[in-house]
Structures are given as C-alpha cells and as structure tokens.
Design a protein around this ligand. Structure first.
Ligand code: GLC
Length: 422
C-alpha cells in the first residue's frame, strides 16, 4: 500500500471517490457511467474502507437494498435518471424502485463484505452489520447455484457478456456470433460520444448485446425462463473463480454468523465449484479458459480471466507455476501487465477495451491470488507496476499494455480504489 503521508496520488484517489460519490453510492465515473454498478461498487467499497469505513459500508448497503426477491444482486442500479447512458431503465423494464438492470455481475460482494468486516476499526458495528447481512449473502449464493447451475455441473453460467464484466472479451466472439443482430429496442449509444469509438466495442457487438436484453425482458427476467431461452450461455472462468473465492469468504463468515447447516451447505458448493474450475484448465496454453455451454466445447482464448482461479486459491502447485510463467511471458511481450488478452495473439488489440488493455481491478485480484498461492515476488511485481502505471498515466478506466497510456474514461472510481489497495 502507498505511503498515505507522502504519496500525493493517495490524496487524488480519495478525491476521485469523493467527487464520484452521489450520496451513498459511487458512480464509476462522471457522465459515461452515471449509476451504481455492482462489481465496481465492491472494489470501490474496499477503497473507501481505507479512509472512511462508514461510507464503505453504505456503498454495499445500497447494493444489497436492490437485491431481488429471488436472491440476485443486479449489475446496475438506476438510482437517479440520466440521459448520459444507454441502455437505461426503460430498456430493461424491471419493475422495481429504484429500477435495476436484469443482468447480474461477477460476485465480488461477499469478498468485499468480509474484507470490511475483518479490517473494521469498529468491530462491534461490523458485527451488527454482518448479523443483518449474512442471510442476504446466503440467499445470493443460493441464487447462483439454483438459477445459474440448474443441472448441477459445478460451473455457473453467464447469459450476457455484460454479466462477465468483460463485455467484448475475445473469449465471447464465437458464442456471441450466434446471437442475432436484430433488436426490438432502438439503439442509441451514448458511450461513443464520451469516448473514442476505437476504444469501445463495435456496433454489431452492441446489437447482439441489446438482442439478448430484449429476449430476457420478453420472459420477464424470470431466472428459469431466462436460462432456458438464452442463446448465449458460457461458463466464464472469471465469474466462476470469483464465485469460488466468495464461497470461501462466506464460509469464513459462517464460522461466526452462520449455523452448522449453513457451513455444510457452503462446503458442498465449494467442492462442486472447485471440481468445475479444475476442469477449465488448459495445460497446453498454461492458463484456465472458459467453456461454451451451448456448443459444449472449451473456448480457445487466453485472457486475463484465465488467471483468476489464483484469486480463489483454486490452482494446483503445477498450475500456479505454469500460470506464473504465462504472466512472465506476457509481460515480456507487453511491459505493463496484465493484458486482458494474450499480447500478440490473433485477437489482441492494445487499445480496445477488453481485447488487450490492462484493468487495475483484474490486476488486484491476480496479485492477491499470486501472493496467496506462493508467488509473492511476481504478485508484488504486478502490484508495483499497477501503482506505477496509474501514477504515471492517471486514474483512467483502462490502460495500454504496451505503452502504459491511459484509455477510456478518466477519474475512474475503481482505478482510484485499487490505487488505495495495492
Ligand atoms: C464497463 C465494463 C464493466 C464495468 C462498467 C462500469 O461496462 O466492461 O466491467 O463494470 O463498465 O465501470
């Protein structure tokens, strides 16, 4: 962690969080993303916790207040109207107040809650909070198992690329190509008026993204029907690894806040997910890969998500060594690790969103994982490079892995939060 007294960037990072605070939730950045985003908020809460614990709890509290009755925590909460973003609440048509999206997001929530709890300066307040929240977290984890792994294969499905948080990753190319491009909704993109279109997904990707939203809205966002009609269904290695990590964190919290039966239930899900994630190993590539549940085939793409089983401590010693070697090799090709897609690979684009650029939140999870799985030196290197990249280029949304230049939106909340954590 940076030296709070002497490092001027720490003050800037805190200022960004304060400036993006909309009264209890933090927008990812002004204008481009004017609402509360689920996994952004989880990282941001951990950042807030380094200097304002009460504010950190509030961030996650607002997220949990929008939990659906079936247990899902949605990816976007539309607290206040805004014309700066498409698709807005009318496109999702979820009958809630405040309105939400109908999709989910990588489940970082339980991990963030545990971190706030374990580092709390006021343990009594944290215990009160957990007594109220633990049952909600349990319901959310049950939702993942029931709604997204209905056949009990040990891997949860994501039904929209946005749910993975890595919208236009090359890993989704083939699965997304099967999704039709016709839409009921008239597409009015706002992102390309805020940011250079060369750094954002293509128009055709957007048509497919909206086709999926139209289709799921058509079945009223009912979990079972959405799963059944989904023309895009992948077991994303990132989401599964993050969920496995979250289950371990839930089990740790259950020691104090749960029952014997809760612990047995969580342990059962951990065993199933661990087996599922292990099956995603690709020995030839030296990385984990996602699985296309419709084509029933592994997805042959090496992306940054493939390192995330480290974050769940789910890699065997041989796999850890191999992953570490892959990270070193990628860093030789692109000096600012960790690229979101294999540098020099066929689909690599150094400036386009999730097809090459470096994302600070992913680096934080990879570094945590490396350190936790016995690769402390490499983990420290990833952290140090992340700090340096942000200090040199600014608090951008993502970064060019070849030059370290900042890309996308500026004064980004999760980049600021990660600066406070690495
Ligand atoms: C983009 C990113 C997603 C993030 C959101 C808000 O959609 O792909 O991961 O949550 O922006 O920052």
């Amino acid at each position: 962690m940076g030296d709070t007294e002497t490092d001027p960037c720490v003050a800037v990072a805190r200022d960004i969080l304060r400036a993006n605070d909309r009264g209890g939730y933090t927008v990812p950045t002004d204008r481009l993303y004017p609402f509360q985003w689920n996994w952004d908020s989880c990282f941001v809460a951990m950042g807030w916790a380094t200097f304002d614990e009460r504010r950190a709890w509030r961030e996650l509290g607002l997220l949990l207040e929008s939990q659906w009755d079936d247990g899902m925590v949605p990816s976007v909460i539309f607290h206040a109207p805004s014309d700066d973003y498409f698709p807005g609440p009318a496109v999702y048509a979820v009958p809630r107040t405040p309105p939400t999206s109908g999709t989910c997001n990588p489940p970082v929530l339980t991990t963030a809650v545990r971190r706030l709890h374990d580092t709390a300066g006021d343990p009594a307040a944290a215990a009160d909070q957990l007594a109220a929240w633990f049952p909600k977290l349990v319901v959310n984890h049950r939702w993942w198992r029931r709604a997204r792994d209905p056949h009990g294969i040990g891997l949860v499905a994501t039904l929209h690329p946005w749910e993975t948080g890595m919208d236009n990753s090359p890993a989704w190319d083939a699965a997304l190509a099967r999704v039709p491009t016709d839409t009921e909704t008239v597409i009015r993109r706002r992102d390309t008026s805020h940011v250079d279109p060369a750094m954002r997904p293509h128009a055709e990707d957007y048509q497919r993204f909206i086709h999926l939203v139209d289709r799921y809205r058509g079945v009223g966002w009912d979990a079972a029907r959405t799963y059944a009609v989904a023309p895009f269904r992948v077991a994303d290695v990132g989401t599964n690894a993050i969920l496995l990590r979250a289950e371990h964190d839930l089990l740790a919290l259950a020691e104090r806040y749960g029952s014997e039966a809760d612990r047995a239930e969580i342990a059962g899900r951990i065993a199933a997910l661990q087996a599922g994630v292990s099956r995603l190993w690709d020995a030839e590539r030296g990385i984990f890969t996602s699985y296309d549940l419709i084509a029933d085939a592994p997805i042959p793409a090496s992306t940054c998500a493939g390192f995330l089983p480290l974050f769940a401590h789910a890699a065997s010693p041989e796999q850890v060594a191999s992953l570490a070697e892959t990270i070193r090799e990628w860093s030789r090709r692109a000096p600012w690790p960790v690229a979101s897609a294999e540098p020099g690979g066929a689909s690599f684009e150094q400036r386009r969103y999730w097809r090459g650029p470096v994302w600070a939140v992913v680096n934080w999870m990879i570094a945590e994982g490396l350190i936790g799985q016995g690769e402390a030196e490499l983990g420290a290197m990833v952290r140090a490079r992340t700090r340096r990249m942000i200090a040199d280029a600014g608090f951008s949304e993502y970064f060019d892995p070849l030059t370290g230049a900042g890309l996308g939106g500026e004064r980004f909340s999760w980049t600021a939060a990660i600066y406070l954590l690495v």
